[in-house]
Design a protein around this ligand. Structure first.
Ligand code: FMN
Length: 199
C-alpha cells in the first residue's frame, strides 16, 4: 500500500509540510510516495525534463491511479491553489472517466505568507476536484489538541502553516504536529478501508 503525497512548492515551505505528512504516514507503516509537479509557463507548454534536476520526482497520473490515499498540498496563491498543481489535476480526466480515485481517502495542506491570507479557501479549493473524482475527504479532527491551541496555522480543513512575507517564520510545533498527525490519520483511514474491503 502506498499513500501519494503530491505537492507544489516554490520556496520550500509546502515541501517541508509534505515531508512531515510523509513521516506521519511512514510511522504508521504505510509507504509514502512523495511527488511534485513542474512549473507552468504563461506563454507555452512547459517542456521540462521528466525528472527534475533536484527535489522530488514529478508525479504521473499512474502515481494517482496506484495510490491507496492522497495528501495534496499547495502554497496559497491569491486564496487558491497554485497553477502548476491545478494544471496537473486538469490532466486527470482519464482517471475521472475510469473512476480510478473513487473511495480513496484524501487530505489537503497549504502554506501562506499571512495568517488570514486564505488558508481555508485554498484548502477547500483543493477539495473540489478531489470530490469530483469521488475521493473521501478527511479533515483534521479536534481530538488533535493542537487545533485548539495553535497561534498560527492548523485548521480542521487540513494542515497549514504561516511563513511570513519573507519566509522568515519556521514551522511552529503545533503546525508540525498537525502535519505528522494528519499523515497518521490518513494512514489509519487507508488501513481501515483496506480491512473492510478485504473482509
Ligand atoms: C502569486 C502569489 C500569490 C500569493 N498569494 C497569497 C495569498 O493569497 N495569501 C497569502 O497569505 N500568501 C500568498 N502568497 C505567499 C505564499 O502563499 C507563501 O509564501 C507560501 O508560504 C509559499 O509556499 P512555498 O514555500 O511552498 O512556495 C502568494 C505568493 C505568490 C507568489
Amino acid at each position: 500500500m502506498t499513500i501519494l503525497i503530491l505537492y507544489y512548492s516554490r520556496h520550500g515551505s509546502t515541501q517541508e509540510m509534505a515531508r512531515l505528512i510523509a513521516r506521519g504516514v511512514e510511522e504508521s507503516q504505510i509507504e509514502a510516495t512523495v511527488r511534485t509537479v513542474p512549473e507552468v509557463s504563461a506563454v507555452c507548454e512547459a517542456a521540462q525534463d521528466d525528472i527534475p534536476s533536484q527535489g522530488d520526482p514529478y508525479a504521473t497520473t499512474d502515481d494517482l491511479r496506484h495510490c491507496q490515499g492522497l495528501a495534496l498540498g499547495s502554497p496559497t496563491r491569491f486564496g487558491n491553489m497554485a497553477a502548476p498543481l491545478k494544471y496537473f489535476l486538469e490532466g486527470t480526466t482519464a482517471l475521472w472517466i475510469e473512476g480510478a480515485l473513487v473511495n480513496k481517502p484524501a487530505m489537503v495542506f497549504t502554506s501562506t505568507a499571512s495568517m488570514h491570507g486564505g488558508q481555508e479557501t485554498t484548502l477547500t479549493s483543493m477539495m473540489l476536484p478531489l470530490l469530483h473524482h469521488g475521493m473521501i475527504i478527511s479533515g483534521l479532527p479536534y481530538t488533535m489538541t493542537e487545533l485548539n491551541q495553535t497561534q498560527s496555522g492548523g485548521t480542521p480543513y487540513g494542515a497549514s502553516r504561516v511563513t511570513g512575507s519573507r519566509n522568515e517564520c519556521s514551522i511552529s510545533e503545533d503546525e508540525k504536529q498537525l502535519c505528522i498527525k494528519g499523515g497518521k490519520h490518513l494512514a489509519a483511514l487507508v488501513k481501515q478501508l483496506a480491512t473492510e474491503t478485504n473482509s
